[in-house]
Design a protein around this ligand. Structure first.
Ligand code: AMP
Length: 413
């Protein structure tokens, strides 16, 4: 048998105890901002029927074509580790008859997602997202409020050099007509395009907007824009979203070429980026998905939402040390009495750490200092001494008086 030391799969990482605090800060901020706006937490399973994503996210997307972790279970059913959170939440909304609740149903989530992408800085195969969805209303106020909430989260966490880009996709029919127009424009100017763009005209004409190639850029300057082709009611919806963001003082750039890798979007589309990040600059984004419920077999239900990457939020945020957990009492002893004292103190609601490494008296005091303990109980043959680490005072107490003393000291602090 090989004794090679095994490592975590490529593109995954361990959340070590020292990383947990910063992630806790993200979770607490999300809970406070989203909870405060009436969003309630939901968690869906980590795997779903493959068909949910094939139909929901879209057969032609990169995600479905090449990035999903798909497997057959013992019963021969095809399952997929969730690559995104919106299709599962729409499934859950439909499955649990949430249309009977007051609309829109406002939900948030935080958990791991899986995509078989090429790993690089800020891009993983298991990554974490925090997201919010408002299902059951097509009011432009829903879109604007969701953008405002992600804006609040990004600023609360101190994400640096943030930009918000905003666009609108209209309906799938508008998009299809526009696509034909764009393809015709590219075909008419084919000889001036880069080889790469030329080879992808039919596959992904929108990509041409991102090209650096001078000839391609020239051609794109006169290309038709989707925003100019929107149906009047979609253009009006977009104007209403913008008016609300303006009223709330949110700065944004209109980006007529904004695209995202999921097929379900209609109308509003947005993305927060951070210039403090490298190539993977997307911090979070989302949009409206009024056709998604029907795509996964439900009735027409409008919805809007976003997701932000926890790793990217942390990479782009200012370094901030989360507060260290307070330790009320460090029990410096290894015997049964020490164990009983720690148990009693915890029952009384104190944060207690117990000596577990068999250190010397000096070593124990050093450890208590390192973890910032307020009191140390030193157990010896004669009983218990309690040391106040703030004042340095030390007194001998009856064993049953220690907990009361620490509680009193904590209230005085
Ligand atoms: P998406 O679901 O593609 O709209 O992505 C939303 C956000 O999730 C992005 O803006 C990123 O912050 C994050 N994200 C997406 N894919 C990855 C990945 N492979 N690794 C890390 N973060 C990701």
């Amino acid at each position: 048998m090989s004794s090679e030391r095994l490592q975590a799969p490529r593109g995954t990482y361990d959340v070590l105890p020292e990383d947990d605090e910063a992630r806790g800060v993200v979770e607490a901020a999300a809970r406070s901002i989203l909870g405060g706006a009436g969003y309630r937490r939901i968690e869906t399973p980590v795997f779903e029927h493959t068909e949910l994503f094939a139909r929901g996210v879209g057969q032609s997307t990169d995600i479905v074509q090449k990035e999903m972790y798909t497997f057959d279970d013992a019963g021969g059913r095809s399952l997929t580790l969730r690559p995104e959170g919106t299709a599962p939440i729409m499934r859950s909304y439909l499955e649990h008859g949430m249309h009977k609740l007051a609309q829109p149903v406002k939900l948030w989530y935080l958990g791991p997602f899986f995509r078989q992408e090429k790993p690089q800085a800020g891009r993983y195969r298991q990554f974490w997202q925090v997201g919010a969805e408002a299902i059951g209303s097509d009011d432009p106020a829903v879109d604007a409020e969701l953008i405002l909430l992600l804006h609040a989260l990004v600023f609360e966490l101190g994400v640096r050099e943030v930009r918000l880009r905003l666009g609108s996709l209209g309906t799938p029919a508008t998009r299809e007509a526009y696509r034909d127009k764009l393809v015709a424009h590219l075909r008419a100017n084919e000889d001036r395009l880069s080889e790469e763009v030329r080879g992808r005209i039919d596959l992904n004409p929108m990509r041409a907007f991102d090209a650096d190639h001078p000839g391609t850029r020239e051609v794109m300057q006169s290309a038709p824009l989707l925003l100019d082709e929107l149906a009047p009611e979609d253009a009006e919806h977009f104007a209403e979203v913008r008016a609300r963001l303006d009223a709330a003082g949110v700065e944004y750039e209109i980006d007529p070429t904004l695209v995202r890798g999921l097929d379900y979007y209609t109308r509003t589309l947005f993305e927060f980026t951070s210039d403090a990040l490298g190539a993977q600059s997307g911090v979070g984004g989302g949009g409206r998905y009024d056709g998604l419920a029907e795509q996964v077999g439900g009735p027409h239900v409008p919805g809007c939402g976003w997701a932000a990457g926890i790793e990217r939020l942390l990479l782009a945020a200012d370094e901030r040390r989360a507060p260290v957990e307070a330790v009320d009492l460090y029990v410096a002893g290894t015997g049964v009495e020490a164990f009983a004292l720690a148990a009693e103190a915890r029952r009384a609601g104190l944060a207690v750490q117990l000596e577990l490494a068999g250190r010397s008296r000096k070593g124990m005091l050093k450890q208590a200092d390192r973890i910032g303990a307020r009191y140390v109980a030193i157990l010896d043959e004669e009983g218990t001494q309690l040391k106040d680490m703030e004042t340095g005072e030390q007194e001998r107490l009856a064993p049953d008086a220690v907990v009361a003393h620490v509680i009193r000291g904590r209230h005085l602090a």
